[in-house]
Write a protein that binds this ligand. Structure first.
Ligand code: 1SD
Ligand code: ZN
Length: 279
């Protein structure tokens, strides 16, 4: 078995040593996460709308688990799907999970950043090309597609002094996040849950996003991921968001920013989701 890795360089294999792990790709040149520079993102007209199948299924989660690095919701196989969005293949959702910071600091926790802005949490919906096995997919440049959503604390909006730069969806999802986080204290033995991906995402726009070729953000960092990072963030009740570091038993579970090297980040064309068209 592979030696254990961690996020804080307090074990033998912290992020700066992940590339030394057996069969690791972590030292490659298409690694994730990255900092996305808005000005440098290239508009790609192929980045159309996604089709989300069964994202509203309240019985899609098979179980919820604490992996020691993340809280992961594993879905029933070949049920929930994603296509469109310039992906060129049908992908089935395997699982979704979260990366977070700590209870004392809302300024970090996400893996990606946009113009160096980090968010307190990021949700990853991990999907696999339907025509490949998982073994094949992790060896194929577009074998996996991960959909990343930033979570933003609704507490920010209570302060008249703090202005958020991104638009975020309203907290219409609070009851569902409560449902999910209610599971956290007993996270090791969860089997059923009645919450859908749509419930958690609420009314966040899924039309505006960034696209780039990258990797898994955990060892062995396979360079098999087509990344989608959505521009609009999901607003989550601050106290509920804090349940993750509180109950999981660890904080700051995000990989440091990786170099872009020769890659290009693509973007959907500027859309109506932010900014007013009025004079
Ligand atoms: O961090 C996850 C990891 O937990 C695992 O789920 C992997 C997929 O097998 O994906 C990575 S990530 O790249 O989606 N962060
Ligand atoms: Zn992840």
């Amino acid at each position: 078995p592979s030696p254990p890795w961690c996020y804080d360089d307090h074990c033998d294999y912290g992020p700066s040593h992940w590339h030394l792990l057996p069969l690791s790709h972590c030292g490659g040149e298409r690694q994730s996460p990255i900092n996305i520079e808005k000005e440098k993102a290239k508009v790609d007209s192929n980045l159309g709308d996604f089709t989300f199948t069964k994202f509203d299924d309240k019985h899609a989660i098979k179980y919820i688990t604490n992996t020691g690095h993340a809280v992961k919701c594993v879905l029933k196989e070949d049920l929930v799907e994603v296509s469109g969005g310039g992906l060129g293949h049908v992908y089935s959702v395997i699982q979704f999970h979260f990366h977070w910071g700590s209870t004392s600091d809302d300024s970090k926790g996400s893996e990606h950043s946009v113009d160096s802005k980090r968010y307190p949490m990021e949700m990853h919906i991990v999907t696999k090309r339907k025509d490949l096995t998982l073994d094949e997919a992790v060896k194929t440049p577009n074998g996996l597609a991960v959909l990343g959503f930033f979570m933003e604390s609704d507490a920010q909006n209570y302060s008249p002094y703090l202005q958020t730069t991104s638009t975020s969806s309203s907290a219409s999802n609070k009851e569902y996040w409560k449902k999910l986080t209610d599971y956290l204290p007993a996270i090791q033995n969860i089997s059923e849950s009645e919450v859908s991906i749509d419930d958690l995402l609420g009314d966040v726009s899924r039309k505006s996003y960034y696209r780039y070729n990258g990797s898994l953000t955990t060892p062995k960092c396979n360079e098999a991921v087509v990344w989608t990072v959505f521009k609009e963030s999901v607003e989550v009740d601050h106290n509920l968001m804090m349940m993750f570091p509180t109950h999981a038993g660890y904080s700051n579970v995000f990989r440091p920013t990786q170099r872009l090297h020769t890659r290009t980040v693509f973007t959907t064309s500027a859309s109506s989701s932010s900014g007013s068209m009025l004079p």
